[in-house]
Design a protein around this ligand. Sequence first.
Ligand SMILES: NC(=O)C1=CN([C@@H]2O[C@H](COP(=O)(O)OP(=O)(O)OC[C@H]3O[C@@H](n4cnc5c(N)ncnc54)[C@H](O)[C@@H]3O)[C@@H](O)[C@H]2O)[C@H](O)CC1
Ligand SMILES: [K+]
Length: 509
Amino acid sequence: MYVVTSKEMREMDRYTIEQIGIPALVLMENAGRAVAEEVLSYNQPALQRVAILLGKGNNGADGIVTARHLLDAGREVRLIYAVDPADLAGDAAVQRAIAEKLNIPFDIYDSDSMMHWDDFDGIIDALLGTGSRGTPRDNIASLIRAANASGLPIFAIDVPSGLNADTGAVHDPCVHATITVALGFTKRGIEQQPGAAYAGQVVVRFIGIPRDTAARVGVSTFRTNERLLTDKLHVDRHWARNANAHKGSYGHVLVAAGSRPMGGAGLLCAMAALRAGSGLVTWALPDKLLDPMLGRLPEAMLRGLPDGGLGDWREVRAEHLTELAAGKSAMVFGPGVGRWENDSHWLRKVWETTTCPLVLDADALNMISSAQDFGRWPARTAPVILTPHPGEMGRLAGKETAEVQRDRIDIARQYAERHNVTLVLKGARTVVATPEGEVFINPTGNPGMATGGTGDVLAGMTAGLLAQGMSSAQAAVLGVYLHGDAGDRAAAARRSAASLVASDILNYL
Ligand SMILES: NC(=O)C1=CN([C@@H]2O[C@H](COP(=O)(O)OP(=O)(O)OC[C@H]3O[C@@H](n4cnc5c(N)ncnc54)[C@H](O)[C@@H]3O)[C@@H](O)[C@H]2O)[C@H](O)CC1
Ligand SMILES: [K+]
């Protein structure tokens, strides 16, 4: 499903009106009717008396159209203008004039004392849409605060007012919506946190802008869903198992992970590669860990690497890993490996001398960050997937974590394009960016997954999917989606996100 910016939305809007010839008032009519239909189908409780809060732009105009359709369906409505109705211009003035002819009751807001929320069952937020700039001002700000305090269900038209539709950042105040009816296409701001939480349930409604207009204006951000996984990414081609299959048919993952205090990271990672469907998994680990780990994961083959008896990676030679990687269909390196002297140089050797698809996670990402010259590492023939959390992303991109979080989509996209890697920026609504500049926002997962080891599971899963012949985009997008989905089912089964642990995710794959 396409996810757009307000600029892209304006371009599509213009194309539809000017090139295709669908009049703007028709789009607006479709928009208002779509919102009314969503309000009419809401029944917890049914909204008999509806207050419609209006700004002066086209978002407000959509609100007036909504009012007409609700009236026609027998609901009571009251328009609350946040601005002087005489200030409405263009199509909004057209809608205001129609509302006057129809004698739709209205108020012009001047202070909170005039609002009697007891007179209403619900609120429609038509104050600000994609034309919103900066913090809500004046009466609009007061109305947003009052609406939030009313305790009534709020339907936001297009985006909650007070939200940055492009980044998901929220201003103070911002409407806390029950349902957001996104017009035409969903917007980046309601697909990224914290905006997504303020949008409530997002419903996307067709308003007459043809779907292929998005490709025409170059929209390259998507929300993952099962249809996208099959229709766009074609992951289903890898899915059905052949009746003649044998374990060699589904690839062989080399998991290079774990060290003495963090053996569990390797265990989770290797198990995840198996659960993702990899035919074989070899887990390479420092020699000293071999005995304690033997028997913990009977399905995997263990290979101890000479570690000078230390149980960590500082004595392990890059060449050993290169040898093991030969002939493997994918490799994951990083979970629980720790850091050691000259490890960036060591990783560069592995990068240069291995030929299979590579997933780098955790400390491997920090090695890249401290490499200084990562931008000049030679191009690999096989693809690379990096799986940073926001802190690791900040170190990779030379930015503060907060800066990364404010603009996850673009930061991930720029990094992936610039370094020719597939980048998985983890966190709520994980973002996957491809070297070609496409971005996929993941809707699955829950806060219970913010717990040790879930990243190790994701890295292993991704490698397991790569090993079965998936492209990096397929493996990363599907891996992230299934990881979140398994986490959601695990949390539901436990009836608590808080008690979810990483191995629960494995059990629900
Ligand atoms: N996408 C489409 O094809 C369609 C979209 N529709 C709706 O139109 C809005 C966008 O409308 P626009 O007129 O561009 O802007 P807004 O209604 O969002 O509001 C702009 C209006 O508000 C004032 N303003 C801006 N920022 C602030 C602020 N921080 N505080 C106070 N006031 C502010 C500014 O003066 C502007 O005049 C889109 O979201 C859809 O709902 C069409 O109706 C159908 C086609
Ligand atoms: K709105």
